[in-house]
Ligand binder design. Structure first.
Ligand code: GLN
Length: 555
């Protein structure tokens, strides 16, 4: 009985940044998780974002990157997507927190008399709430090891309370907590060699928060030599073996293997007093082989408004779409080449010439988006893809626009539009549903989005049915406000569009397609399949789209 009541020992690894952000803390966290999972431990990951926003849903993707949606509808940071992909796991809102969330809970607790007359203070009450959240996530996943990424870098004002949390947790059980610092080692052109001084300062900043790193991930352009490792070891008070060389790599999926060259998982297990178990990185080795082996190229164009043509590409806004394309291409043994097309290039005077260039792509994607900017160009591209039989995949907004294009140009509704684009249009083929409309009128914007996993039923004999392996029911993640207006479904179907997936009550259209005899692949989904694409389990919609693109064209 006593045995049963004994609490399971849970271990925690905090990943913090040094020198500057954007050098791969998320990929490090994901890779550590993947390595420890491959060593036979159950692992989960947590992202802490040190801003006031309650979630990432209100943040502009051009500034903050993709909003990654979880099964439970939580709108989170794109790093959560990397964790799900690298750990091949499904996370929930317990795995994500922001400063805003933590304060909100503490304030609610105070109002609900939970602190029993005590003065509620930033320290310890905020760190204690962070610890409660971390422990809850570990328990929910029944994780042996929880890897926690602290946003920002050491020395910043914003994440100081999270570092304080980590320090308190370590004080409570020193053997159960380990610290990894991801630091940047620049090689200034005029010096021509790696400089470790910024890292020394970053470690000092971390030390002043009461934390000594166990491991330093040295992010640099090239591999790190022993001279530099020695220097970091001496001046940062860390064992030389615990300095891990992390040079730039071609593909992020090489990172776990690279870390293992410096024995990272053994070092972490030792620091957590865990007995090493035999691990197997076969899956990862195979993946990297596939990444490198593909010779034949598949050219996929993504049309959006968040980027311009040329070198300036905000691909961060579409990470999950890009990764999903890659996984499916690698599975098919080909090398994905992604082209970013700006919708505005298909609106002005060069439209006709630019449209002609589209036939060189194996497939075209119009991804999710909001607002009316760039719509004209996207519709022109979709029309061309339909007429010229270029494989097309519409993701959320891309599906709504596909339906609009069809309504206007095939079903004879010239003025068809979406309430989001033109609320006064004669035919609102894409509209808001009555319940949501009421909420909009009450200015309850939070409640007007369809978020997270919803089931859909598939129609037999359709492309979608085939794509999903003849499953009757599927579940996919959503993030949108508008829907295909049920009043127009019959007219669209009569004109030849097939709604091959619908909500179980048949009211909401989930997948739109043209039959195989008419077009090789003209499919759009109201949901975002990209959120469920995994390196070891590519998403079937992306795979079928790529396969269609690789098929020789019929003349
Ligand atoms: N803007 C559309 C809607 O709100 C599509 C959203 C999206 O693509 N994620 O319904």
């Amino acid at each position: 009985m006593a045995e049963q009541n004994k609490k399971k020992i849970r271990k925690y690894i905090f990943v913090v940044g040094g020198v500057m952000s954007g050098v791969g803390k998320g990929i490090t966290t994901s890779s550590i998780g993947a390595l420890l999972k491959a060593r036979g431990f159950s692992v989960t990951a947590i992202k802490i974002d040190p801003y006031i926003n309650i979630d990432a849903g209100t943040m502009n993707p051009t500034e903050h990157g993709e909003v990654f949606v979880l099964e439970d509808g939580d709108e989170t940071d794109q790093d959560m997507g990397n964790y799900e992909r690298f750990l091949d796991t499904t996370l929930s809102r317990t795995n994500y927190m922001t400063t805003g969330r933590v304060y909100q809970t503490v304030i609610e607790n105070e109002r609900n008399l939970k602190y029993k007359g005590k003065c509620v203070q930033v320290v310890p009450h905020i760190p204690l709430e962070v610890i409660r959240r971390i422990e809850k996530a570990a328990e929910k996943a029944d994780a042996d090891i929880t890897v926690i990424e602290v946003g920002g870098t050491a020395g910043e004002y914003e994440n100081i309370l999270f570092l304080e949390t980590a320090r308190m947790l370590e004080l409570r059980s020193p053997d159960d907590v380990s610290f990894v610092m991801v630091s940047y080692i620049p090689t200034p052109k005029m010096v021509g060699e790696m400089k470790t001084k910024p890292t020394q300062h970053a470690v000092r900043a971390l030390n002043s928060a009461g934390i000594q790193p166990n491991v330093i991930i040295a992010r640099s352009e090239g591999p790190m030599d022993t001279v530099r490792k020695d220097k970091i070891a001496t001046f940062c008070n860390i064992k030389k073996e615990n300095v891990i060389s992390a040079p730039d790599v071609e593909s992020i999926y090489e990172v776990p293997l690279n870390f293992e060259k410096d024995h990272l998982s053994d070092i972490l297990l030792e620091s957590l007093k865990l007995k090493p178990r035999d691990g197997d990185l076969k899956e990862w080795n195979n993946l990297v082989k596939k990444v490198k082996n593909g010779k034949k190229e598949v050219h996929i164009a993504i049309v959006g408004k968040y980027f311009q043509t040329g070198n300036f590409v905000l691909s961060d806004s579409y990470v999950s779409v890009i990764e999903s394309i890659k996984f499916s291409a690698w599975q098919e043994g080909v090398k994905p080449v992604i082209h970013w097309l700006s919708s505005e290039d298909f609106e002005g005077k060069n439209t006709a010439a630019n449209i002609r260039t589209l036939s060189k792509y194996h497939g075209i994607i119009v991804p999710g988006g909001f607002g009316s900017r760039g719509i004209v160009g996207k519709l022109a591209v979709i029309e061309h893809a339909r007429k010229k039989k270029i494989p097309y995949l519409g993701l959320c907004y891309g599906m709504q626009l596909q339906v609009l294009e069809f309504a206007r140009n095939v079903a004879g509704m010239k003025n068809a539009s979406s309430r989001e684009i033109d609320p006064d249009a004669a035919d609102l083929v894409i509209d808001i549903m009555p319940d949501q409309k009421k909420k909009m009128e009450e200015e309850d914007y939070g409640g007007t989005m369809r978020l997270g996993a919803y089931p859909a039923l598939l129609k037999k004999g359709t492309i979608a049915y085939e794509v999903y392996g003849k499953k009757k029911e599927i579940s996919e993640r959503h993030r949108h406000r508008y829907e295909v207006n049920p009043e127009y479904v019959k007219r669209l179907e009569d004109a030849g569009l097939i709604f091959s997936g619908t909500s179980p009550d048949g009211e909401l259209m989930e997948i739109a397609e043209l039959p195989r005899g008419v077009h090789p692949f003209f499919v759009g989904s109201q949901f975002h399949p990209e959120f469920k694409g995994r390196p070891f389990a590519p998403h079937p919609l992306f795979t079928s789209f790529i396969k269609a693109g690789l098929k020789p064209k019929k003349k």
